[in-house]
Structures are given as structure tokens and as C-alpha cells.
Design a binder for this molecule. Structure first.
Ligand code: GLN
Ligand code: ZN
Length: 767
């Protein structure tokens, strides 16, 4: 028998984002629920057929979702908070969308479930919520319906995929966002539903069922291991020898629990051989593989867009075969995280295209690798497929830019060190900038109105000239400066009207970046992102923001803050290369942004903000890796960007979250003069951390939430500032909103800022 092939999941949004379009049309009232159901069924059918045609043996079902697979799992387990039940919808989809997006209408007014990033990806899942009324029981037939749909309508045998009980319980929360207290009753109830699901698939004829347990790659306590055991010792007997269970893991290694997993003798165990390679291989080597178990070798990366190196994948499969001959070839994780297909990207040119593999192309890779590992040595050597593949990895993909390489090679400790020490700089800056105590500022962008977006579209379509567009932007800048002066802000910004995106805009002005037409990836719900590709060595092609910032500074006597995206964020929101390390790519980016920083300084911009909104995103899943595998180079890369500025030039950074209590020293080590961050929602424990760590960076914890159109009252802003001043030294406090204002309207933005300034004045009086 040939080597079996499997993928963990396939993108559901559709080749041309059909699912996004129909669901958004439905939300706007331009399509019916039946239209949504019909398009969903068409997408499933087309995806199953593509997977079958590509030679995938274990084709996933139930990987489709109208919004999010974690939300589907919550509904499957009947974990639907009562506030959504009370809305009393007739159609389950309506309840689902209310949980996903909130609901405001004649039936009531409820907010959405919170959303969180799915491990280290840019995908966001909805956090299941247990409330007092939660009664765990089988709550939907979705997995059975989709399995039967494939089988009866198309004659395709599929492998139902579910988020496993361990991951579900680890990620679910209580109504006040706390981890669940997991007692025997809860374990029984949850395991009971999963056992029921397994049993119900037996008469339907399913051969395999896949439980995704990515939480197993995280650090675990004794209690966690016990939980895992309790769950699966209750679920596995439901197989009755008539259906097979694949325990699927990804985004890292499960070495610390592998021995336990192995004792359970699952029918299949999925191992990530991309992200957890060394540790997983060592564990298999050490503990062996149960007689009954097939190892699913996750060799095809589900999180990059590059072609697979077949020689390397074959070697990995062979390594496992030292221990067992039962090996299947699989994707390392769901293909949800890559775009649909490279077809349609011909504008990139064949030289580029042949190096790319999106979801559809990865299906073919899985099949080809499985076929290759079946060949004997001679046949393998003679394989044209292998030869063609290896040509992609002969080092000729892209010429190195010698200048960039030399620049990186020449970097020394001094390039990562800014002088003089921060305390001294801060003193000089206070003198030259002449700012009042509690200086007020904003995070950079102002509302990107319909008018601004329309003007950009007209430029793109050639309806207006570049000069006309620039004139329009200058007018926007004039207006936003006048307004900021009027309400009395201290450090002004130009408003970022010229950019629609904080990564693409920079990428377009950097050598080494490429852009696709249609390579969309689901970010959450119907939202998709289209990250640029890092293709070659990166350097700055031309000054990027200098003309706008210096124009803005010429229009005011107040200090203007220049606005840049930092190197770590640019890399984290792009497709990085794999032939050089992330560290090296980040250094190249840091040097490019450093050039921009120095040009801004030379143009007379006294304050420069370098946003690192995505810094925390790629923090490794295991704490022991945080420094060695990430922070030890990510933090210095930021210092490299600004180390050469004058002591009087004030460097700001911004982050969109306040959960950095656990890396507070690292944030301080970025050596920025000022940081602003999102802090208006949730408690202010971060301020305790700032206090305890003797945080040197001046800080502006956001004083109001910009994600909502609500205008805060002056009193609540005064109170908020009071809370901040209770914990922080007044000489280090800045006053600003949570984040950029580009998604807001002018109607709420200006009154909010006016009150922010007013509140600051009241508090200053009392100092
Ligand atoms: N300067 C950016 C803005 O104001 C920051 C965006 C962000 O933090 N995501 O829009
Ligand atoms: Zn932000």
C-alpha cells in the first residue's frame, strides 16, 4: 500500500473570498441565509474535490466554518452564554453571528465574545465562555452533517476534524475572563460529548476522526497532564475498535508529554516536524511508537508560502521510519493560514512563482513527498520530480545584495547602543522640547474618512495625478494640524493620511519586498489580510515618510512626531524568507528604518515614533524559548533603529496591548524614551509592573478605548489619570488614547481628544 497522505484542514474563505463576500452581503441585508448556506456548500464541495484530485487520502471535513472553528466547537458543546440564548433566534446561524459580532436590535443588545490570537498565528479565535447556566451537552450536528454531505452527495470519504477537549478546556474562560476551574464533573461532561461524537460517527461509516490539540505544545503543569489523561481515558473506549482517532498537534513540539501520549496508543499521532522538529524526533527516538499508532509526519509547512524542500522532508520521514514503518505524510498544521492558490499571481513572473506554494500547491506537495518516500534509493535518485524540486534550493533563488550583507556583517555592539544613558537624554529632551507636565499626544493616525479612501482609489485608477493627490494629502495635514492646535495637544502628528496600511506602505518603499494580487489569508471572521513577501535582501529604496513629516512640521511651531513602523512588526506581518534567519531579516529591516529615522531627524523632526504593534505576537509558545529564540535579537533590532540619533531627539514606541507585565524588562531594554500602549480596557496591573520594574521609559497608558465610538466624559478621564498617577511618577507620564484613530469617525474623535486635553489641564492644576 502506498504511503497515506493527510492534511489538517483547508482554507474555507474561498479562492476569491466567496465566503467573505456572501456573509458580508447577508449582514448588510443584501443576501439571505439560504444564499450563505448555498455558497458554504459550494465551497465545501469544491474544496473536497480539489483535495481528492490532488491525491489526499484523509480529506478533512468540519474544517469549514462560517466564522471560526473554536466558536463551532463551543456550539457543539452547547457552551452558549445565556445572553445569546435569550435573543431567541430561530436560525442557529443567527445565534452564531451574535456570539461572533455582538447584536444590537429589537431582540436586545449584547457584545461579542472576546477574540484572541490563535497561538503564534495572525488568526483570531473566539474565546468560549462558560457562564452559570452552561450545561455541557451535544449541541449541534455540524460535524455529522458535513461528513454525510461529502459522503452522500459526492461519494467522498472524509476525516472529521474537531478541536480537541484538552485545547478547548485550556482556552475557554469564565464570564470574568478567568481560566476555568476544571473539576471531575466538567471533565466527565466534556469527555462525554466527545465520546458521543466518536460513537455517532461509527454507524455513519467514518474511518478516522481527528482531534486537534495544539495546546499540547505549550508548557504544562502536572495538573495539565492529568487533565489530558482524564479526558482521553474517557473518550478512547468509544472507538470500540471501529473508528480510528488521530491526535493531532502543531505549532511546536510535544516532547514533554510524548511518553504519556504514546502510552495511550492512539491510532494516529500528528507531529509538527517544521516547528517542533528536533524535540519531536528526539522524543520518538527515545520512547518509541506504540504498535497501533501511525505517525502523521507534519512536513509540509502550513504557515509559509514557500515550496517544500523534498530532500529534507524525505529525510524526516526516513528518520521516523527508524522507529516505525507506519508513517503518513501530512501538513504540519491546517492550511487555513496560507492563501488559496498561486494561480492568478503570474504578474510575479515565473522565477518567483516557481518558488511559491499556497494551499492548493501544498496538497500536491504532500502527495509527491508520500510517493517519493515509497521509492527505493535508485528510483529516488532518478526521480525527475525530486530533481526539479532540488533545483529550487541550489542557492540561486535570489542574488544577495552585497552592500546589505556588508552592512549587517559590520554591525558591532555600539550600533545597538544609544548614548548617553536614558535618564540624561530625558533631561535634555525636557529642556529642548519645553513640554508641560503630562504632555498630551496621539498615536499617529487620524480618521481615514471615506473621502481619504476615495481619493487614494482615484489615484490608483489614474483619475487624478500624483500632484493632485499630494495636494489633497497636504490639505488633510493642514486641517488636522489646525485642529490639534486648536484643542491644545502638545506633541502633534501629521495624521498618516498617505498610508492605508502600516506594513504595505513601508514595504512598497523597500527593496526586497514583493506584493501579491490575491494572496488573502483569514485573520478573523470574514476579515482577511494580504501580507507582502520578503523575497530578497532588504534596504530602503527611497525616503518614505520624510516629505510628509517635514511638510507637517513646517506648518506648526509645536513639536511634530514622525511616524514609522518598526522592523519586528514589519517582519511579523509579512511572509519571511527561509534561506536566512528571522534575526538577519529583522536587522536588514532595522537598518532600512534607521536610514529613515536619521533622515527625519536631519529634516528637523524632534520626536519620532517607531511602532512595534506586533512585537509580542511571535513570542515563542514556551517560556524557555522566549529569550534565546526571540527577544535576544528582537529587542536589539529595535535599538539598532534608533541608536544613532542625537540625545535631544525623542524616540517613542507604541504597542497595542498592555499584557507585557511578563516582558517588562525587555520592553524597557528597547531603550525608547517614551512608550504609549493600549490600557483603557481591563485592570491597570501593568502599572504595578511598571512600578515594580523601575521602568525607565516614560509611558502613556491609553486613557480611553478607541475601538468604540463612545466619547468618554472629562470626569472619567480625570479619574483615569488619577489612577495612573497613583502608580507612576508624574514626570514619566504621557497622556494619549489607546491606539491610532484611523478606524474612527471625526464626530467622536475630536470631542474625545478635547476632553482628554481638558482632563489633563484639570489634573495639572492639582499637581
Ligand atoms: N501609528 C499607527 C496608527 O496610529 C499605529 C497603529 C497600530 O498600533 N496598530 O494608526
Ligand atoms: Zn496600536
Amino acid at each position: 500500500m502506498s504511503v497515506p497522505t493527510s492534511i489538517s484542514g483547508f482554507p474555507r474563505i474561498g479562492r476569491n473570498r466567496e465566503l467573505k463576500k456572501i456573509i458580508e452581503a447577508y449582514w448588510k441585508g443584501n443576501a439571505s441565509l439560504d444564499d450563505v448556506r448555498r455558497v458554504g456548500a459550494e465551497l465545501r464541495e469544491s474544496h473536497w474535490k480539489l483535495e481528492q484530485a490532488a491525491g489526499i487520502d484523509l480529506i478533512p471535513s468540519n474544517d469549514f466554518s462560517l466564522y471560526d472553528q473554536m466558536l463551532d466547537t463551543a456550539i457543539l458543546l452547547n457552551v452558549i452564554p445565556s445572553r445569546y440564548r435569550r435573543l431567541g433566534f430561530d436560525n442557529p446561524e443567527e445565534t452564531l453571528f451574535a456570539m461572533a459580532r455582538g447584536y444590537q436590535g429589537e431582540r436586545g443588545d449584547v457584545t461579542a465574545l472576546p477574540m484572541k490570537k490563535w497561538f503564534t498565528t495572525n488568526y483570531h479565535y473566539l474565546v468560549p465562555e462558560f457562564d452559570v447556566s452552561t450545561e455541557v451537552k451535544l449541541g449541534s450536528t455540524k460535524p455529522f452533517d458535513e461528513y454525510t454531505e461529502a459522503k452522500e452527495k459526492l461519494g467522498i470519504e472524509t476525516k472529521p476534524v474537531l478541536i480537541g477537549p484538552y485545547t478547548f478546556l485550556k482556552l475557554a474562560r469564565t464570564t470574568d475572563a478567568q481560566e476555568l476551574t476544571i473539576d471531575e464533573g466538567l471533565i466527565d461532561a466534556v469527555a462525554g460529548v466527545y465520546a458521543q461524537v466518536v460513537s455517532r460517527f461509527i454507524p455513519l461509516g467514518a474511518q478516522w476522526i481527528q482531534f486537534d490539540e495544539p495546546s499540547l505544545v505549550m508548557d504544562k503543569t502536572e495538573a495539565d497532564i492529568k487533565l489530558f489523561k482524564s479526558l482521553y481515558s474517557r473518550i478512547l473506549p468509544a472507538r470500540q475498535g471501529r473508528i480510528r482517532i488521530l491526535l493531532n498537534t502543531y505549532f511546536g513540539n510535544i516532547a514533554d508529554v510524548y511518553e504519556t501520549v504514546n502510552l495511550f496508543a492512539f491510532d494516529g499521532v500528528g507531529l509538527d516536524l517544521v516547528e517542533g522538529r528536533e524535540e519531536n524526533l528526539a522524543a520518538v527516538d527515545r520512547y518509541g511508537v506504540a504498535e497501533a499508532t501511525t505517525l502523521f509526519a507534519g512536513v509540509v509547512n502550513g504557515r509559509n508560502i514557500w515550496r517544500n524542500d523534498y530532500a529534507r522532508s524525505i529525510a524526516l520521514v526516513q528518520a521516523l521510519r527508524q522507529t516505525t514503518d507506519k508513517v503518513a505524510v501530512a501538513s504540519a498544521c491546517s492550511l487555513l493560514h496560507v492563501p488559496f492558490s498561486t494561480a492568478g499571481e503570474e504578474q510575479l513572473g515565473q522565477d518567483v512563482l516557481r518558488h511559491l506554494a499556497f494551499a492548493l500547491e501544498k496538497l500536491e506537495e504532500v502527495r509527491q513527498i508520500a510517493d517519493l518516500v515509497d521509492l527505493n534509493d535508485d528510483a529516488l535518485k532518478a526521480s525527475d520530480i525530486l530533481k526539479a524540486n532540488q533545483l529550487l534550493f541550489d542557492g540561486s533563488r535570489v542574488a544577495r545584495d552585497q552592500e546589505v550583507a556588508d552592512r549587517v556583517a559590520a554591525l558591532g555592539q555600539e550600533d545597538f547602543t544609544r548614548h548617553p544613558a536614558r535618564a540624561e537624554r530625558q533631561k535634555l529632551q525636557h529642556e529642548t522640547l519645553e513640554l508641560p507636565p503630562l504632555p498630551t499626544t496621539t498615536i499617529g493616525s487620524f480618521p481615514q474618512t471615506r473621502e481619504v479612501r476615495a481619493e487614494r482609489a482615484r489615484l490608483r485608477k489614474g483619475e487624478i495625478s500624483q500632484d493632485q493627490y499630494d495636494e489633497f494629502i497636504r490639505n488633510q495635514i493642514d486641517e488636522v494640524i489646525r485642529h490639534q492646535e486648536q484643542i491644545g495637544l502638545d506633541v502633534l502628528v501629521h495624521g498618516e493620511f498617505e498610508r492605508n496600511d502600516m506594513v504595505e506602505y513601508f514595504g512598497q518603499n523597500l527593496n526586497g519586498f514583493l506584493f501579491t494580487k490575491n494572496a488573502w489569508v483569514q485573520s478573523y471572521g470574514t476579515r482577511c489580510v494580504k501580507p507582502p513577501l520578503v523575497w530578497g535582501d532588504v534596504s530602503r529604496a527611497r525616503p518614505i515618510t520624510v516629505q510628509w513629516s517635514s511638510y507637517a512640521q513646517s506648518r506648526t511651531s509645536k513639536p511634530m512626531k514622525g511616524m514609522l513602523t518598526g522592523p519586528v512588526t514589519i517582519l511579523n506581518w509579512s511572509w519571511p524568507r527561509e534561506d536566512i534567519t528571522h534575526e538577519e531579516q529583522t536587522q536588514q529591516l532595522a537598518l532600512a528604518i534607521r536610514d529613515e529615522v536619521l533622515d527625519l531627524e536631519a529634516a528637523g523632526i524632534p520626536v519620532i515614533q517607531i511602532d512595534e504593534a506586533a512585537l509580542r505576537e511571535k513570542l515563542p509558545l514556551r517560556r524557555s524559548d522566549w529569550h534565546a529564540k526571540y527577544l535576544d535579537w528582537a529587542i536589539p533590532a529595535f535599538r539598532l533603529v534608533h541608536s544613532a540619533v542625537k540625545p535631544t531627539t525623542q524616540i517613542h514606541t507604541h504597542m497595542c496591548y498592555s499584557e507585557f507585565n511578563d516582558i517588562i524588562e525587555d520592553i524597557d531594554a528597547m531603550d525608547a524614551d517614551v512608550i504609549s500602549f493600549e490600557a483603557s480596557r481591563g485592570d491597570l496591573v501593568v502599572l504595578d509592573a511598571i512600578h515594580d520594574a523601575r521602568f525607565e521609559t516614560e509611558a502613556g497608558p491609553g486613557v480611553y478605548d478607541i475601538h468604540s465610538p463612545r466619547v468618554p466624559s472629562t470626569e472619567e478621564l480625570v479619574a483615569r489619570l488619577g489612577e495612573i498617577l497613583d502608580k507612576m511618577d508624574v514626570s514619566k507620564v504621557w497622556v494619549n488614547p489607546d491606539c491610532g484613530l484611523k478606524t474612527r469617525g471625526n464626530e467622536e474623535t475630536w470631542p474625545s481628544l478635547e476632553r482628554m486635553v481638558e482632563a489633563t489641564k484639570i489634573v495639572r492644576e492639582r499637581l
